[in-house]
Ligand binder design. Structure first.
Ligand SMILES: Nc1ncnc2c1ncn2[C@@H]1O[C@H](COP(=O)(O)OP(=O)(O)O)[C@@H](O)[C@H]1O
Length: 179
């Protein structure tokens, strides 16, 4: 947990479940400044990977370099870490871990629109059915900070972000910070 006056929120879930959409809307609607960090973009922009697999269209991330890059940013608080995996983040980092879920045939359609290779769509779809990311989150963080939210419609998105904004406010109030 950060000692900063602003929380650290991880938004995770299988690719396509809506992490970036949620993180951006939360950053826009939060009453206090929250910086949306798309971790995948940081990996690419800063070259924090060992390899790129053409066939799977995915990067093998250099986890040590990535953690070194993120540590000072996270230490300031007020960040939303948006990534499809969360287990590499140290347990002390997040105040809240949001796992987004989406019905798998809808997820398939979303991934198809991204022109992912078929096997990458299949792999992600199976991971969603098997709740791989949720298992990872539960294995890595205390149960009380892990929240599962459905992300299948605009109504879900809006309700989830409203709920997260309320959580941010109460997190600040509980610690005696003005909101
Ligand atoms: N709750 C939702 N309802 C409808 N469409 C959504 C929802 N969440 C995400 N989407 C759509 O699904 C696609 C993938 O969303 P994105 O936020 O990029 O996912 P991720 O960051 O998890 O890969 C986008 O086209 C987005 O508009």
């Amino acid at each position: 947990m950060t000692t900063a006056q602003l929380p650290v929120i991880v938004i995770t879930g299988t690719p396509g479940t809506g992490k970036s959409t949620h993180a951006q809307l939360l950053a826009n609607e939060s009453p206090i400044p929250l910086r949306h960090i798309n971790v995948g973009h940081v990996v690419k922009e800063k070259g924090l990977y060992e390899d790129y697999d053409e066939e799977w269209q995915s990067y093998t991330v250099d986890e040590d370099k990535l953690l070194d890059e993120l540590e000072p940013i996270v230490a300031q608080g007020g960040v939303i870490l948006d990534w499809h995996t969360c287990e590499i983040f140290p347990e002390r980092w997040p105040d809240l871990v949001v796992v987004l879920q989406c019905e798998h045939s809808q997820l398939w359609d979303r991934l198809e629109k991204r022109s992912y290779p078929l096997k990458k769509i299949q792999e992600n779809n199976e991971a969603e059915i098997m709740q791989v990311v949720l298992e990872e989150a539960r294995a890595s963080y205390p149960a009380e900070i892990v929240v599962v939210l459905k992300s299948e419609s605009t109504e879900d998105l809006e309700a989830n972000v409203t709920r997260l904004v309320e959580w941010v406010k109460s997190w600040r109030q509980e610690r005696g910070f003005e909101s």
